[in-house]
Structures are given as structure tokens and as C-alpha cells.
Design a protein around this ligand. Structure first.
Ligand code: GDP
Ligand code: IMO
Ligand code: MG
Length: 424
């Protein structure tokens, strides 16, 4: 059985949680490999709705082992809260969730620096989730990070925290003119987290190597989306990790040969949260309708999502960057009421036609979308379970996307429930 990487192929919130939950029926392990509590993955089971932030969406199915791998930045406070919430809802977590000792820890000062950086300069604002993601990955790269494994040896941890906090307090005091943080308070909090998290901590690359050896079926769950990737996204309007396929390798320690398939999740239209260019963004009246029908509000911050038409230039780039084997198209039902639907096929940049995504954000900001307008099917798709039963115009719409993205469609989602899923 294949090990699969599932990534978002737009700007996040493509419906990865729903598709992961669907695929986990035939998986043994689900692994988060990057990002942190900035993610919000929604899974609907019957009348129940779960929003997962750091714990892999596989936790909802009792037979799955869930791994938070080394590439994730872990917020211990949030994780304890998330575990508690799942337990309250009768989801078994202990013995099924393992956290990498190599994962970096989001410390209270990371969240503070995230907030201060965003407040500092309105023009440079990214619109982050303020979960401390950027500052934590920055410390990882600067070799100033604290890892989950550092909690194990208390004297070593105390020394490390002292060194790092001294450096952070200097920045707080002299750059931000902000009150410094107390070593004793942070240490106390960390020792409490330590107690709660020790039982979940593992050498996860080794755990995954064993799983590969035993031919377990592993699903690697991407967070965010390809265009929020720090290398391949619309930099600097990105998150601070590799949310495209490469992150699945460095973020888990699995070998390239141990991954057999890459699936990209795309919405039948496009959304984005936070700042940054968005060539196909809808005009306000249409945006409000689609936001309303698609319930486009952030699963983590509750912010209204920006909505736009399907952008084939963007998604074709995602297919290439990730080497997608197939795509899962979600939220087709959200377009059910439209008489006409637009698809962006190319961009115009100062009179020139661009078929490929420009690499520089300043160029992208000046690109205008070139749309192909197709007729809407104007009927409900949410109860349909077979591709051939979809209205002909909906089938045609999907076939156009497939052709433009140069990747076969494997799954179509027509609602948030498990049963509202069509496999091609
Ligand atoms: P993720 O971050 O990629 O997991 O996506 P989110 O969970 O943040 O946002 C996707 C939202 O769309 C969630 O509220 C899902 O329940 C919902 N959703 C997923 N697939 C479909 C679908 O096919 N149709 C509709 N109407 N909603 C969907
Ligand atoms: P899921 O996994 C949508 C966006 C933020 C901001 C930028 C940087 O649910 O798809 P960060 O807090 O990561 O430093 O913010 O990235 N962003 C997301 N947008 N879905 C997400 O996750 C996101 N995670 C971060 O809005 O623009
Ligand atoms: Mg989300």
C-alpha cells in the first residue's frame, strides 16, 4: 500500500482535513510534518465537527496512530488544550499520539514577538495568525531554538532557557521598549508542560522508519498551502515553513523512496486569509455571496477569508512544485447557485500574456487575470455520489480544471461530510 503526502495546492484551507479524514479509512498512521497551531483542519463526522490545530486529523478514527513530527513547531499549551478537548469528546488520545523530541517548542516570547512585529509596521504586515510560528522557525534557523527533547534533562533545559531568554529580553527592552519576561514564570510554565507531555514524546524518525519497515500505510498531512510555502509561496506573504511536498521529507525523516504518491487539495474556487496578492479575488458583491455559501471564515482565527475564482496559473504551478499525482477538488457545491463561473487561465502583465506564475511578488501584484467564463450548472450537487451523476456542466467544469492544471482529478467533494465525496 502506498504512503501518501497530501498538500494544500492554493493558499491553505482547501479542505485538507476533510480529505485526510476520508483517506484515513485506509491508513495506519497520519503524520503532521510542518507548521503548528496556525493550522485549522475541520473534520465533520455526522453532526459532530472537530477542528484540529496541531494534532493530525487522523485522531478522529480510533485505529490511527498520529505523529507530530520533527518539522512541526509545537505549542505545548495549545497541545494540552487540544488533547483535553478531544478526551472530553471521548476520543482516545493516549497511546495513539506521539510527539517528536526534535520538534521545536513555541515559547511565550515567540507569540509576543509575532504580535509586536505585526503591530510595528502596518505596511509590512503579513496578517499572521499570531501563533508565534515565524519567530519560532527563525530561532530554529538561528540555532536559538528549544526542542521538545530539551525538556527531558531539567538542568540542561534551565541553562538553555536562561541563555535564550537573556537574548530575547535584550531585544524586548532595547528594540521594542517592552517589559522583559520573567525567567521564573516561564520556567514554571515549562515544567508544568513537561509533566504533561513526557508520555507522548518519542524519537519519531525512528518510529516512522519502523512503520515503513512493517509496511504500515502512512499518510503525511500537510498544513497551509503551496503558496504559503516559505520557498515557493508568494514571499514575503507566506508562513515560515515548507508547506509543499519537500517539507514532508525534511519534516519527518522519511526517505524519498518511502513516499509513493502526492495528492494536492484544491477548492473549486480560491481563498486566502491575511495579506498578499490575490489576482483572481472577486469583486465585493460576489465575494460576499461565495463567503456566505462556503462559510469562509478562518478555522483558527475566525477571520473572514478573501474569496476568488479558480486560478489555473497558480494551481498548475502547485502541480509542478509538488509533483502532484492527482488532485482532490473540494467545495464544488459552493458554486451550485451560480449562472456563470470564471476560471483564470493566464495572467496579463503590462500587455504580455503570462502562462506561468511569476516568481516575484511585485510582478504578481501587477498581474491581471485572464478569465474563461463557463456556464454554471445551477442545481444542487451535495447529494451526488458518482461523477457521472453530476450535472453535465459540473462535469465539464471539472474537466476544464483538470486539463488546465495538467493533473487528473481523483476526488471531488460536494459537502463537508464523509459521504459527500466522489471518487473518480
Ligand atoms: P483545511 O485547513 O484545508 O483543512 O480546511 P478548513 O477546515 O480550514 O476549511 C475548509 C472548510 O470547508 C471546513 O469548514 C470544511 O468543513 C468545509 N468543507 C470541506 N469540504 C467541503 C465541501 O466539499 N463542501 C462544503 N460546502 N464544505 C466543505
Ligand atoms: P491551514 O492548515 C490559511 C496564513 C496567515 C498569514 C500567513 C502567515 O488551516 O490551511 P503565520 O501565522 O503562519 O505566520 O501566518 O499564513 N496562514 C494560513 N492561511 N490556512 C492556514 O492553515 C494558515 N496558516 C497560516 O493567514 O497570511
Ligand atoms: Mg484551515
Amino acid at each position: 500500500m502506498a504512503n501518501i503526502v497530501l498538500v494544500g495546492a492554493q493558499w491553505g484551507d482547501e479542505g485538507k482535513g476533510k480529505i485526510i479524514d476520508f483517506l484515513t479509512e485506509k491508513s495506519d498512521y497520519v503524520v503532521r510534518f510542518q507548521g503548528g497551531s496556525n493550522a485549522g483542519h475541520t473534520v465533520r463526522v455526522g453532526a459532530e465537527r472537530f477542528v484540529l490545530h496541531q494534532i493530525p486529523s487522523g485522531i478522529i478514527r480510533n485505529h490511527i496512530i498520529c505523529v507530530i513530527a520533527n518539522g512541526v513547531v509545537l505549542d505545548p499549551e495549545e497541545l494540552i488544550h487540544e488533547i483535553g478537548n478531544l478526551k472530553k469528546r471521548k476520543i482516545r488520545v493516549d497511546g495513539r499520539l506521539f510527539v517528536s523530541d526534535q520538534a521545536h517548542v513555541i515559547m511565550p516570547y515567540h507569540k509576543l514577538f509575532d504580535r509586536l512585529a505585526e503591530q510595528e509596521n502596518e505596511k509590512r504586515k503579513i496578517g499572521t495568525t499570531q501563533r508565534g510560528i515565524g519567530p519560532c522557525y527563525a530561532d530554529k534557523a538561528a540555532r536559538l531554538g528549544i526542542r521538545v527533547g530539551d525538556f527531558l534533562d531539567i538542568p540542561v533545559f534551565k541553562q538553555r532557557l536562561k541563555q535564550v531568554l537573556d537574548a530575547k529580553n535584550k531585544v524586548l527592552k532595547f528594540i521594542y521598549r517592552h517589559p522583559t519576561l520573567s525567567y521564573t514564570d516561564i520556567l514554571k510554565r515549562c515544567l508544568a508542560y513537561r509533566k504533561r507531555l513526557l508520555g507522548y514524546t518519542r524519537n519519531t524518525p525512528q518510529l516512522l522508519h519502523d512503520a515503513v519497515h512493517k509496511r504500515k500505510r502512512i499518510l503525511l498531512e500537510g498544513a497551509q498551502g503551496t503558496f504559503l510555502d516559505v520557498d515557493h509561496g508568494t514571499y514575503p506573504y507566506v508562513t515560515s515553513s515548507n508547506s509543499s511536498v519537500g517539507g514532508a521529507i525534511t519534516g519527518t525523516g522519511m526517505g524519498l523512496r518511502d513516499v509513493h504518491k502526492v495528492i494536492g487539495v484544491v477548492k473549486a474556487y480560491t481563498t486566502r486569509v491575511g495579506e498578499g496578492p490575490f489576482p483572481t479575488e472577486m469583486e465585493p458583491a460576489m465575494l460576499r455571496k461565495v463567503r456566505d455559501w462556503g462559510e469562509e471564515f478562518g478555522a483558527t482565527t475566525g477571520r473572514p477569508r478573501r474569496c476568488g475564482w479558480f486560478d489555473a496559473v497558480l494551481t498548475r504551478q502547485a502541480a509542478r512544485v509538488n509533483g502532484l499525482d492527482s488532485i482532490a477538488v473540494t467545495k464544488l457545491d459552493v458554486l451550485d447557485n451560480l449562472k456563470e463561473i470564471k476560471i483564470c487561465t493566464t495572467y496579463k502583465y503590462h500587455g504580455r500574456t503570462l502562462r506561468d506564475l511569476p516568481s516575484h511578488v511585485e510582478v504578481l501584484k501587477q498581474c491581471r487575470p485572464v478569465f474563461r467564463t463557463v456556464k454554471g450548472w445551477h442545481s444542487s450537487t451535495s447529494q451526488i455520489t458518482k461523477f457521472r451523476d453530476l450535472p453535465k456542466l459540473a462535469q465539464q467544469y471539472l474537466r476544464v480544471l483538470e486539463k488546465l492544471v495538467e493533473t487528473p482529478i481523483e476526488i471531488v467533494s460536494v459537502g463537508s461530510s464523509r459521504s459527500q465525496t466522489i471518487v473518480l
